[in-house]
Design a protein around this ligand. Structure first.
Ligand SMILES: [Zn+2]
Length: 243
């Protein structure tokens, strides 16, 4: 694969033709089998950020993951776009796993923290501010530099719940359909995914899982804050990784 970034649209078409013929050469019949059906096991609900491409991060091929992305991976109950995608994934494609994936360094999360006014998106980001306000005590206790990381994880936890309480998931679980929702966070700085331990499959009460996930986030980032403080006091001055 070429490493140079296409800088005009003709390059995109050239890369596309090269990719298509490479796939067909390496995997004869790949596209004809895709035409027949898509049977992904996974649904990815992630941020629109260009640095968080679902397929590449997880090594999944066309046909293997059903993707919905928006600014800051938010799921709200009036969003027909997200809900329709979730319904299609669960009822028609019968995915087994839905992952809500946030990422560190998310512009939407940062804007929410800083009360930044952008425009129309302010009303969207307000949903993250609701999460921020719900956990204000925890966030305020952290040094400013760590708050965005913690809020990124809290937002994922919250959105996992929002998926879980949707009519689509309530119906699926009451039918006994095996589908689990997971909360993950992606590190743009190291390319690694982390499981936040927020997995719901309809079998356990979600309140307790939510509380435990929030407590893990609090513990993780307050510990990180202490480590940073100790490091500063020791005068090492070495920066901690972001997550
Ligand atoms: Zn983002």
């Amino acid at each position: 694969m070429e490493n140079d970034t296409p800088d005009n649209l003709e390059d995109l078409f050239a890369h596309n033709r090269a990719w298509s013929s490479r796939m067909e050469r390496d995997r004869p019949g790949f596209f004809t089998s895709l035409v027949k059906q898509q049977t992904p096991k996974y649904m990815w609900i992630g941020c629109s950020d260009s640095r968080v491409p679902a397929n590449q991060i997880t090594g999944l091929e066309p046909g293997e993951v059903f993707v919905h992305r928006n600014v800051a991976n938010i799921v709200v109950h009036s969003d027909l776009n997200a809900l329709s995608a979730i319904q299609f994934a669960v009822e028609r494609l019968k995915v087994q796993h839905i992952m809500v994936v946030g990422h560190y360094g998310c512009g939407g999360v940062q804007a929410a923290l800083e009360n930044m006014r952008i425009g129309l998106a302010d009303n969207w980001i307000r949903h993250i501010q609701d999460v921020r306000d719900r956990h204000r005590v925890m966030l305020n206790a952290l040094p400013e530099a760590l708050r965005a990381n913690a809020l990124c994880e809290l937002n994922v936890t919250e959105q996992v719940i929002n998926v879980a309480v949707s009519t689509v998931m309530e119906d699926a679980w009451s039918r006994g359909q095996a589908v689990a929702i997971h909360g993950w966070a992606f590190g743009v700085h190291d390319g690694l995914l982390q499981d936040l331990g927020m997995t719901l499959d309809g079998s356990k009460p979600m309140e307790a899982l939510y509380e435990a996930a929030v407590e893990r986030i609090r513990h993780k980032w307050s510990k990180r804050a202490e480590e940073q403080k100790a490091q500063q006091q020791a005068g090492s001055g070495e920066a901690q990784p972001a997550a």
